[in-house]
Design a protein around this ligand. Structure first.
Ligand code: SF4
Length: 207
């Protein structure tokens, strides 16, 4: 599977302290996408399920993983990877939130029924910059939040009712990764400020 990064604890893309998993590769080409650097798969991102699970289990030994958030990139353009990975993730936490640029329609449900049986919450639809209206958990207001597992319904309804978007920054070697739902002009402003400080950064979180 081609996975660009794992981050923990992600607190702004779902309830609790989550493990964020960013898949590489996406062909949707949404204008204003926050993560164009993840549109292409890269050889250096190629990894096995065993390696990813080893890293996740090592984190789980020191901190509680309340859930997983899978984004990218486009997780559903790596269906075999999802089929392999999700059962292992569910052994640690059955709260699995996934972003996809595909529409959650009949064809999608049929093609991905086995994968979706592990998904707690699906946020679907392409990002439309002109419809970025600071909606909670969603990059643009055309995207929909679907709670797929009844056992998590009340918890998520409360979370969505009370939530507001926040941004969380993770430091990297030569900059930082900013996770969360950002405003439409955030990237331009961020790049300008980073350049002024001689830093580079990546902006993540919307799908
Ligand atoms: S917003 Fe999401 S679906 Fe759209 S191009 Fe970017 S990564 Fe792909």
């Amino acid at each position: 599977m081609n996975v660009a990064r794992l981050l923990y604890p992600v607190k702004v893309l779902g309830p609790g302290n989550r493990m964020g998993i960013w898949f590489a590769g996406c062909t949707h080409g949404c204008h204003g996408c926050s993560n164009p650097e993840l549109w292409k798969k890269k050889p250096e991102y190629e990894t096995g399920c065993d390696t990813i699970m080893k890293m996740i289990k090592s984190v789980a030994r020191t901190g509680k993983i309340d859930g997983f958030t899978l984004t990218g990139g486009e997780p559903f353009q790596q269906q075999e990877a999802l089929r392999e990975l999700l059962p292992h993730l569910a052994d640690i936490s059955d709260d699995i939130l996934v972003y996809t640029g595909f529409e959650y329609d009949e064809d999608f449900r049929r093609e991905n029924a086995d994968i979706l049986s592990y998904v707690t919450v699906l946020i679907d639809g392409r990002y439309i910059r002109e419809r970025n209206r600071n909606c909670f958990l969603r990059g643009s207001d055309n995207q929909r939040i679907s709670i797929l597992q009844d056992r998590h319904r009340e918890r998520y309804l409360k979370y969505i009712r009370e939530g507001h978007n926040q941004v969380q920054n993770f430091r990297t070697g030569n900059g930082f990764i900013s996770v969360g739902i950002h405003g439409a002009d955030y990237e331009t402003e961020l790049k300008k400020r980073l350049l002024e400080k001689g830093l580079t950064g990546q902006d993540n979180g919307q799908s």
